[in-house]
Design a protein around this ligand. Sequence first.
Ligand code: NAP
Length: 342
Amino acid sequence: MVTERLALVTGATGFIASHLVPALVSAGWGVRTCGRRPRPAGLPPEADYRAVDLAGDEGLDGLLAGVTHVFHLAGASSSRSSEEEMRRDNGQATARLFDAIRACPTVERALHMSSTSVYGEAVQLPLPVREDVEPQPSRGYGKAKWEAEQVVWRHGDEGLPVVVLRPVSVHGPGAIKLLASAILDVAVEQFLGLDRVAVHSGPIEQRLVHIDDLVAACLHLAEHPGAPGRAFNVVSGVYPSSHEVAAILADHFGMTVELDDDPDCGPTYEERQKGWSAMLERGMKDEIILTRERFRFMRKANRNNRLSLDNLLSTGFELRHTEPGTEFVADAEWYRQQGWIL
Ligand SMILES: NC(=O)c1ccc[n+]([C@@H]2O[C@H](COP(=O)([O-])OP(=O)(O)OC[C@H]3O[C@@H](n4cnc5c(N)ncnc54)[C@H](OP(=O)(O)O)[C@@H]3O)[C@@H](O)[C@H]2O)c1
């Protein structure tokens, strides 16, 4: 067992860290973690936990003492944060953390969890989008993530070995938004007694990556000699359409898909919320986000949807969870086992 590697994982109360921390512990790393809320119940006992606001006034030197590798996952997304919070918890928090990392002599490598949202959707980029393109973020989240990334690159230019990961929407056990919200939508409609899942007739191409592949990529890039100074798109490489996603979920719930020319087809928010409340009364746990817009993550076409995987694959990394039919059904089964859907 290797004991000299000490990882600092930020964002430890979040979804991705809830998978990354156990994986690091299993691989023999020493692990220190931080978030703002109290220590999460599921964190492995081997992992140290500290509550700290990275964008606040508290000094961060103690957090970094002896750390060899930083996995910077903390950040705020548009699902639950305002534009101001997104800038604070991405840009400001990253700037404070990376200043502290630069001052810490033991850090050998710093991985930063960015997002493909930095590419934006307003400007057509050459496809498939490569990591060396100039990002053109178009929404608040993408702008906040790009602000944070630029901080990281500045430190990289000054000699810090930095690695940037740009995942797409991440799905898998424990996820509470995006595909998880779509699974909840179908579960609610089944609960309401519907036998058809209405979907807009214009297909929209999706992009996702499974949490296990993202975690494996983090561990791989933390040690690969060719990783520092580079960014890596992380996507399954398979691009199902909104119709295919709906068909997989409908089939799993014993329903059929109905294509509709109305983009706002299906039950209204009020109807869905009523079903959802009744499910909570029946014992469903309130974990997955019920979005006001039905199938929110599948609604917007992205002209920059296709991403190059050349950087990641050139390091010898292999994606393993690339079969949507298998993976999405496994997610739905996990949610049911946990009581996150009925
Ligand atoms: N999930 C995805 O599909 C996805 C896709 C692409 C990129 N990413 C990026 O991956 C990272 C992790 O995502 P996730 O889904 O695990 O996020 P998450 O579940 O929303 O968790 C976010 C984490 O960041 C922490 N945090 C936020 N602001 C902080 C601050 N000022 N100081 C300290 N901690 C702070 C939160 O702490 P508290 O909750 O304790 O406040 C929480 O632990 C994020 O940077 C996100 O932008 C995620």
